[in-house]
Design a protein. Sequence first.
Lengths: 334, 503
Amino acid sequence: MRKFSMGRLIVLGVLVLGLSALFLSGMAIAEREYPTGPVRLTVSYAAGGSTDAAARMLIPYLEKELGVPVWVQNLPGAGGEIGWTTLSRSKPDGYTIGFINMPAINLVAAARDTAFEPILENFDAIGVNISDPNTIMVRRDDERFNTVNDLIEYAKQNPGELVLGADGPLSDDQLAMYKIEQATGAKFTYVPYKGGAPAAKALMGAETDVLISNCFDVLQFEEHLKALAVLWPERYPLIPDVPTLQEETGIEIVGASTRGVCASAGIPAGVLAKLKQAFYAATTNPEYIKEATERNLTLIEPRIGGDFGKMIEDEERAVGELLDFFVEAGYIKK
Amino acid sequence: MMLENIAQGASVIFTPYNIFFCWLGSSAGLLLGATPGISATMSIALLVPMTFALSPATGLIMLGGIYCGAIYGGSIASILLRTPGTPASAATVYDGYAMTQKGEAGKALGLAISASVTGGFMSALVLLFAAPQVAKVALKFRSAEMFWLVIFGLTIVASVTGKSIVKGLITALLGLVLATIGMHPMTGFMRFSFGFASLYDGIPFIVALIGLFSISQAMVLVERGGEEKQVTVPRIGRVFPGWKLLYKLKWTMIRSALIGIGIGAVPGPGATISAFVAYDQAKRLSKTPEKFGTGIPEGVVAPEAANNGVTGGSLIPMLTLGIPGNECTAALLGGVMIHGLIPGPKLFTQHAPITYAFMLSMILNELFYSSFGFLFVKYLAKMVLIPRGILAPVIVVLSVIGSYAIRCSLTDVGFMLGMGLLGYALRKLKFPLVPIILGMILGPLAEENLARSITIAHARGTNLLFFFIINPIALVFMIITGLSLGWSIYKRATTEVISEEGL
């Protein structure tokens, strides 16, 4: 049996310390030198959709700021759950970031046992700059409703008689409908469709009476449908003729489909700072703003890091308050 | 006004640059569609991001080329390999492959080209000259009408079951049950997902199709030994079918093309269903229905004219209203919106030159893919002379790639292989596979529209039956369904069914 001398112990100790110092400084170097390779940007919906379009628009500008290639990976399915699960489980080294959609992610988390709840504990917020407010639309030739007040009054007097078609179930449009019902006492019969366009078609074909959708659809279906109100604090630049709900009724309700970029929780502080800075620079680049506006993206002032985190919290709370509506209608099981 | 727009569109498309991309799209689409495992929708979706860098007109023209080329191209695999290259060609397998086995592969391929061009050309003309009018009619197809259209579609099962109607009904029901996996389209209630997030949307249809047909075919090939060639008669034959034969088939082609245009213009059912409806109609109207499935021209021409008829038809609601008629146009719509174009009337006024160039390109596509086809299918047809032992692994590899590419998911590959085993087992037991496909496509559509009809009828204060009756188009389809069922029962009861085993 060898004798373990004090000397050998000391040498061993120094070696261990030295190696860990090297290792840690290696990590610090990686953090300082980030990024050194391509960055993956996940989109939880299929190629060609609006989130996908927004991602692809952003790529060249992000690449310029980060100095490395950024590529889009589409991970569709389960209303976004598959993509967000993958994102939340990805290695938190800053080489995978992705889009999250609100309130979709909050609704999915409330409806099912997902791998990424609580949301703020599983994701590090980077930044958000796209928010598409909800709009309320009816047929142009529908004489019953000239203003949104007419609509709400009718729905209060005749609960359940008006058929409201919208994307869903578990969509921002359905949530907006419940917000309105809670605030005004109106009652609609909700009929889900696979997307805003089929719901608009149903309204045009007189199968439904009301449509809740987003700003883009107001422009797309301008000829047949009129927008009675937009659920936003002030009038939205893309559709300046549409009054806000507050203007018409005095009640303020804000509802929108929001898309922001996050990474899985636990990224080193230096890397996160770089990502936030890159996102901010890319989204405030005048060329980006010009191109995005031309392609009809619904931009808002970018909110970075903690501000975005607060938006996620607010959305979480709004969904929580209206959970009973979903449960009562059978879309979420308690 | 319209002539002016057409002239403007012509000036946009008739530049060497755009003509090149039109040709490129058609040819690439043809090859992608012909590959088992890569569907037309996937071909379009894969190439949409590439068009991001092109101008809106060029991008759209190329995507349109891919669409038309791929829908035609699928028939090549159906005819030569007994596995559809894209779902729309599933109905072409019956008579197409039977003709290959008789040594008439060339003729089948030539008929497929001719029929596809007829369907595509007619639908491109309807699109160009009558889009808004047709769109108005399409708007009238609401939930009640769609429900009965879909139920009518289910009566086609009787045509595609071969000898045993019972076996056909069993597999059709199996298809309907498989389609219930996932979220209920209305209530969001989760069924049969066993906690797998990948099953929340059900088994992806393409995955099931690839598994059922391609993998089972690969297994059959392997089972019969690796050395032999696929066909019993190692001959291909002339490709061009001859003007006399084409003339004889003109009514079948025109009628099938109209079916394709009609079904394409109604958002919901797609090219696959239209091909089956056309096949079914051709069979019912034929004087020799028992010959369907043995390798007769009508059996190839009807589905091919219909599925290419869908190309132009499905673009009608997509361009005029922004509502995709099927999966392929849903992917195309992404291409439209990425370029900042707003579907709807604005496309025909503000962006008229681009839109008309796109519609004109649909006509050009027919020229491009048909010439490519007539020139090269003879060489592609040599595929049937490849030994089974080589063909089978190639099919498997392509199937794996294709099913992975849908959602970047190995789970999907697993589902695909599982469906492949199921398909093989069913074939050994002589059960027809096609009714499963019909069930999987039509089941969710029926459920969705029925659920909506119930909800709306309730809100309107009427009961469901009354709701159906007061919608005239729904009533018409109810009657047609009844007639279709009655006819099938009558035929079965009074004649001996001698046709080939159903697929």
